[in-house]
Each structure stands twice: as C-alpha cells, then as structure tokens.
Design a protein around this ligand. Structure first.
Ligand code: FES
Length: 212
C-alpha cells in the first residue's frame, strides 16, 4: 500500500508517463485548460488516413499527478483505436484503468479526456469531416478564444477581458485584442488565435487586430 491517496498504478504512470512530448507536424492537436486549477494539457495525434486510426499520440501535462497519470493512460487507451472509438473513451474508463482516482481529482482526468477529444475534433475540422455544420457565430469564436492563453497571466484571453471585439461576416472573422501591437506576446497570441479559428469549416479569413 502506498501512503499517497493514489493507487500504485496512478503513481507508476505519474513517475513514468508514457507517450510524453509533441509530434512534429501532427494531424490533430489540442490544448485544454482547467478553470478549476489553471492547469493545462496538450494532446497531439497522427492519424492513418485510410483506416482513420490513431497511429501515434503524445501528450504534455502542466497539471497535477492525476492529470499526468490520466494523460499517460489515455494515450495508451487511444493508440491504435479508430477516431470513433477513441472519442468514446470516458474519464471514468481512464480512472478505472488507473485503479481509481480520488473523487476530488475527477476534473484532472476530465481535462485529459477533453484534450484527446479536442485533438480528434481538430483533425476532423482540418479534413472536412465534421458532420454537423453549425454556422460560425460570435459565440463560437468566443468559445475558442477561451482556449487561447495570455502567456503573461496564464489565463485565457476572454477571462482576462483582452478581447474587445469579435466580428463574423461572410466567412471573415475579425478579432480585436486589447493589447498594443508591439506587445511582447502579440505575435504568439495572433498565431494562436488564427490556429484556433481557421479550422472552422465556414471560415476563410481570420484577422487579428491589436489596439494602439
Ligand atoms: Fe489541476 Fe489536477 S489539480 S489538473
């Protein structure tokens, strides 16, 4: 018995996480953050086009032991599965595969599962595979901007009230950020905003404007 509130399996995955890192030129990728604790997890996948199976998967966690262990087990559960199968992996399954997580840590495993689902979604969007074609609205854009972090605070752009305007018109999305164009993270933020919004099926152009 370990003296931690974690199973031996959780500790084993925490100490020796599998599939850690990034994939160069991934087919799908995502970064998810937890509002509960501010931690982040990123998931990268490679997909076999013909069989639509996950041929490779890597994760990086900036979270707690539960999050690292869940990220690790999720990569093991997802590898070799079809996208449809991998989408159905639940945090409960991940937790069970780890021999159980303390209930207070549920959000940590949810975060890793969300990361996997978002990476699959990213792949589907980039390959025109999204079935339900909901038109992009201000709300859709805002939801995505909640995943773009301001590196200074580690909090997202929306929560830190840095998005002063969102305009969606004829396939064109304009986002106005309340930071000076010369801000040290302006370019990084611009790239991330474009990366999050561009895959939307009906978006043709993304313009990111920084206020003077
Ligand atoms: Fe933040 Fe676990 S406490 S991921």
């Amino acid at each position: 018995m370990s003296k931690f509130p974690y199973s031996d399996l959780v500790l084993e995955h925490f100490k020796h996480p599998r599939n850690v890192g990034e994939i160069e030129d991934p087919d799908g990728k995502a970064m998810e953050g937890s509002p509960a604790c501010g931690d982040m997890v990123s998931v990268h996948i490679k997909v076999d086009e013909a069989t639509k199976t996950i041929s490779d998967i890597k994760f990086q966690s900036y979270g707690c032991a539960s999050n690292i262990a869940t990220g690790s087990i999720i990569t093991e559960l997802a590898k070799g599965k079809t996208l449809e199968e991998a989408k159905k992996i639940t945090w409960k399954q991940a937790s069970e595969a780890l021999g159980g997580l303390p209930p207070i840590k549920a959000h940590c495993s949810v975060l890793a599962v969300e990361g996997l689902r978002s990476a699959i979604r990213d792949y589907e969007e980039r390959h025109g595979l999204v079935a339900e074609k909901v038109p992009t609205t201000r709300e859709v854009v805002e939801k995505r901007l909640k995943k773009v972090m301001n590196p200074l605070s580690g909090l997202d752009l929306v929560r830190t009230k840095l998005v002063s305007e969102i305009e969606v018109k004829d396939g064109k999305v304009k986002v106005v950020i309340d930071l000076p164009p010369g801000h040290q993270f302006a370019n990084a933020i611009r790239e991330e905003v474009v990366e999050k919004i561009e895959p939307l099926w009906d978006v043709e152009e993304v313009e990111v404007v920084f206020t003077e």
